[in-house]
Design a binder for this molecule. Structure first.
Ligand code: 2RA
Length: 369
């Protein structure tokens, strides 16, 4: 027998990518039940090549389910994940609702797969897409060199803010295409008018140095998952990168600074990373580690035009790393540029991978029983 899986939020942006991934990966599941809001119930969606009727989210929807993957806003996850657990499922949650809970492990299989085994609440959380974009490469380097400080500047795609983010960039690009806008203060702002969508400033022909939970989340999201900001001035995204990197790497005192920026890219987040280690580093050593690390692709030959860019990385699974340099002023620090698809490794893929860890654990338990 195989474990039965529920996908909650099956019709959403991350849910759709998740259904695709479940269809591509080795099939480890018994039934795959698709669950969504009552609005989507009754619709037919495809998973593993089969048209499957969507079931409305309710307590009964979790009957007989062993693993439930949640790809829904924070408020919905906060309310329904405990219901799924009470019905006997282990929950893998993509939202921000449980990431900071000390009784909920935050898991990235390439980095801390064993953390998934200790889950007092029956819930496993997966990090935010910006943390996920950098953490696989950093985990590999940390294992060798011992990380002690991280400075991350992100370049985040608009799909991080959901379909509204994508629609907004497309609409703004049409408003500015073929014009000479972008040459005088305020001209782009006037052209895009009140179509800012989930962003605090125009994103077409621009970069926006403020990325937070409230931008791009549907009204059903609660602010409860936002980390506290004792100093003031930090966006929730920046604080999440700090807290989540510390938790995944098991380094509660790691020095982390993030500046999170939205750029006019549809999908795939990028980041420039300054990582300082306990030990001296070399570029050759870092190349060797990154080239061998599961889930990482090294693309680092700038003289030949080889470095990761979002438009090449979109739709792929790995974290791509390039521009690896040793700091000119610090032999213990590396500079890197990383790119990863924020909807795949940044969300759906990591959820699927954690679910597959559980399926293996379930199968081992069955064999042992
Ligand atoms: C963003 N990280 O890119 C957020 C969404 N999870 O807006």
């Amino acid at each position: 027998a195989r474990p039965h899986l529920a996908v909650v939020g099956a019709s959403g942006a991350v849910g759709s990518v998740l259904r695709g991934i479940l269809s591509e990966h080795a099939d480890v599941w018994g039934e795959i039940r698709l669950i969504a809001s009552p609005r989507s119930a009754g619709r037919k969606l495809t998973v593993r090549g089969a048209e499957t009727e969507v079931v409305a989210l309710s307590e009964a929807a979790f009957d007989g389910i062993d693993v439930a993957m949640f790809a829904v806003p924070d408020g919905i996850a906060a309310r329904w994940a405990p219901v799924a657990v009470a019905k006997g499922a282990v929950v893998v949650d993509n939202s921000g609702a449980f990431r900071r809970d000390p009784d909920v492990p935050l898991v990235v299989p390439e980095v801390n797969a064993c953390a998934a085994r200790v889950r007092p609440r029956g819930i496993i959380a997966t990090p935010n897409c910006t943390t996920l974009s950098v953490i696989v490469a950093l985990g590999a380097l940390h294992a060798e060199y011992g990380l002690n400080e991280l400075i991350v500047s992100s370049y985040q795609a608009v799909s991080g803010a959901g379909q509204a983010g994508i629609d907004t960039l497309r609409a703004q690009l049409s408003a500015v295409a073929g014009t000479e806008l972008g040459a005088t203060p305020g001209d782009v702002r006037r052209a895009v008018g009140d179509t800012l969508g989930p962003f605090p400033a125009p994103v077409a022909l621009n970069v926006v140095p403020w990325t937070d939970r409230e931008s791009g989340l549907s009204p059903s999201n609660s602010a409860e998952a936002s980390p506290p900001d004792p100093e003031g001035g930090w966006s929730s995204e920046e604080l999440m990168v700090r807290l989540e990197s510390r938790k995944v790497l098991g380094l509660p005192d790691l020095r982390v600074t993030a500046t999170c920026v939205r750029v006019p890219v549809l999908t795939a987040h990028s980041a420039s990373v300054h990582a300082r280690f306990e030990r001296e580093v070399t570029v050759a050593g870092a190349h060797e580690i990154l080239a061998a690390a599961p889930g990482v692709v090294l693309s680092d030959d700038p003289a030949a035009g080889e470095f990761p860019t979002p438009c090449d990385v979109v739709g792929t699974d790995p974290t791509w790393v390039g521009r690896v340099r040793r700091s000119l002023d610090d032999p213990r620090a590396l500079e890197l540029f990383v790119c990863a698809d924020n909807l795949r490794k940044g969300a759906a893929l990591n959820v699927a991978q954690v679910g597959e860890l559980l399926a293996r654990e379930w199968e081992a338990g069955e064999q042992g029983a």
